[in-house]
Design a protein around this ligand. Sequence first.
Ligand SMILES: [Zn+2]
Length: 289
Amino acid sequence: MAQITRRNILLAGLALPSIAEAVHANVSTAEGSEKPKRFEEVIGFEVAEAVSGHPIGILPLGSLEFHGPHNPLGTDSIIISGIAERVAARTRALLFPAVTFTQCPAHTSHFQGTISVRPEVMTLYFEDILRNILHLGFRKVFILNGHDGNIGPARGAVARIADEIQDAALLFANWWEFVSSETMKTMGLFHQSNGGHGHGGPLETSAIAAFRPDLIHLSHARDLPEPPELSGGAPYYLQKSKAAEWPGYSGNVSAASAEKGRKLVRISEDAIVKLIENWLSHDEVPGSW
Ligand SMILES: [Zn+2]
């Protein structure tokens, strides 16, 4: 079975194996070349099998937001779609399309290029998406986030849906938090104690370069001083209405490279896969308490 590709199945004609077998065949191919089953490519007659043939659904969350003059507006969406595709292939998850029109914080919303949806609207929007995914038949959904403006609205939606729908479990994680501050230091990149990854800084610029190096234009940005350490390691949340004089990105962007990006993305991908495997192998994991 491991040699069967979807193309071969189609060429073979009518004897279609089950979705689960086809998916298994896909994930058994050489590492790096496997593709997950995408929700938007599920054919109408396949829906029930597509749901029952995958242990979880993965919903990536991105943004359309100014990330400095050197990065694409879809930075978060491109990174999270890239990581989600690999994670979904390795965990046999059904991959949903990334949510791209989302809420952006005050410090980027005034930049040209940012498209921001109000946080209360986003909470309701995420609720509707999650409710519908669970109504398909999934009991477990992994929400893989690429943008800090999604954290509040998405966690609000998760709280509401978990309360509303029985036997559901919703796991939420931010990709950049799987890269330790030690790793960041070793790679010459900064990491803030508040969990921040330096908006539009060397981490995100490197990660974009891992997927779409053609979209990076480093000559348009100069290096900036790193943000000050306020807490000595403890996470905190500070939201300013507008950061005057801030050019919309952070840190030494010249430290960014595609090689670092591939390494960062791989570290995060491996850790996320481990998280999902651990989650799926312990059926009775308690929720937050
Ligand atoms: Zn970002």
